[in-house]
Design a protein around this ligand. Structure first.
Ligand code: P1T
Length: 384
């Protein structure tokens, strides 16, 4: 089955009992058992639910993995992955990470004795250098949030294999439409399905896939033991969103390309971060491992906080909000929003400056998006 067909059919056979073409929302917490120990395959909805299972099978098929697991949020999915480790184990993580992932590492798992080092996301040898005897996991996000650095997945997968560590890739920004880390050697892939997979800014969710049976069984155990599972409605919303992933991602990318080229030429803009621009540091790696550059752009204004504040206030089509990947265009100020959890010194070192703005380019008509950026940037120039 080709990718676009899997989006619509994988894990989603018509309902056996009724023939319903769309997977029903199994809004039940529990299931009748015919005798002690004799179930029809379902016991309790924290452990398993048919709507959730359809989503889990679907994401596994899309990422080219054997197993999928669904969670109540992206961070819940990450929590289940991190629970496979034990006190004293070491993680090497790319330094380009969603602020909430950084917070989970620094403020939750460090407390329980996990050791974490960060390596430059754009520099594979830095990961090798950061390895320790007790390194059990390498964690990357590519492209990174918010600076769109690109990590060479194949090179990091080799490093992980040589050191007997698992490689986990957060594929939220690219989605399996544009990038399939399992095919490049990753052991597991995580998603915030709140973003492009859900696609309509109406649900919070997380997903994990793997083809390693031991890893799957361990994460499945933690899915049930920790209990951060999505309700059937939320699983259903993500399944519905996924059906249109291919058409949406193409439109996001077309619009983001237009916006990136426009921003790059504008006088109020100092630097544009978009992996589809030839001058972007990760352009060649992105071309090698991705089939498109997706819809996220960050850029640095020539001014600092005041300029960013005025620019964001003046936008009319773009909405100032956290999150990304919905059909509507959003703008965000990483320094105090998505990446506020990273201490200021560290944040600036990582390039998340006072002039940095992040755009999730939606699928509206690109003329309206460009006019909106243009009117708000022109006001900035007039005020300067
Ligand atoms: O919000 P949640 O569904 O828990 O997902 C966390 C998460 C994980 N990985 C990446 C790459 C993410 O971007 C996120 C969430 N990010 C935002 C809310 C944001 O605006 O960047």
């Amino acid at each position: 089955m080709k990718f676009e067909t899997k989006l619509i059919h994988a894990g989603q056979e018509p309902d056996k009992q009724t023939g319903a073409v769309i997977v029903p929302v199994y809004q039940t917490s529990t299931y009748k058992q015919d005798a002690i120990g004799k179930t029809r395959g379902w016991e309790y909805s924290r452990t398993g639910n048919p709507t959730r299972k359809a989503l889990e099978d679907c994401i596994a098929a899309l990422e080219g993995a054997k197993y999928g697991l669904a969670f109540a949020s992206g961070l819940a999915a990450e929590t289940a992955v991190l629970n496979i480790l034990k006190t004293g184990d070491h993680i090497v993580a790319g330094d380009g990470l969603y602020g909430g992932t950084y917070r989970l590492f620094e403020k939750v798992f460090k407390k329980w004795g996990l050791k974490i080092s960060y390596a430059d996301s754009a520099n594979p040898p830095a990961f090798k250098k950061a390895l320790k005897k007790n390194t059990k996991l390498i964690w990357i996000e590519t492209p990174t949030n918010p600076l769109l650095a690109v990590t060479d997945i194949r090179k990091i997968a080799d490093t992980a294999k040589n050191s007997k560590a698992f490689l986990v890739v957060d594929n939220t920004f690219a989605t399996p439409h544009f990038q399939r880390p399992m095919e490049l050697g990753a052991d597991a892939v995580v998603h915030s399905s709140t973003k492009y997979l859900g696609g309509h800014s109406d649900v919070i969710g997380g997903l994990v896939v793997t083809s390693n049976t031991k890893l799957y069984e361990s994460m499945k155990f933690y899915q049930n033991a920790l209990g951060a599972v999505p309700g059937p409605w939320d699983a259903w919303l993500v399944l519905r969103g996924i059906k249109t992933l291919a058409v949406r991602m193409k439109a996001h990318e077309t619009n983001a390309n237009i916006a990136a080229v426009f921003l790059k030429k504008h006088n109020a803009v100092k630097k544009v971060y978009y992996p589809g621009l030839k001058e972007h540091e990760g352009y060649e790696t992105a071309r090698k491992q991705m089939s498109g550059f997706a819809g996220m752009i960050s850029f640095e204004l020539k001014g600092r906080f005041k300029a960013a504040d005025a620019f964001l206030k003046n936008l009319k089509v773009f909405t100032l909000a956290e999150s990304l990947g919905g059909v509507e265009s959003l703008a965000c100020y990483p320094a105090t929003m998505t990446h506020a959890e990273i201490p200021e010194k560290e944040r600036i070192k990582r390039g998340i400056t006072e002039g940095l703005v992040r755009l999730s380019v939606g699928i509206e008509n690109p003329d309206d998006l460009i006019s909106d950026l243009k009117q708000s940037l022109s006001k900035l120039l007039r005020q300067a």
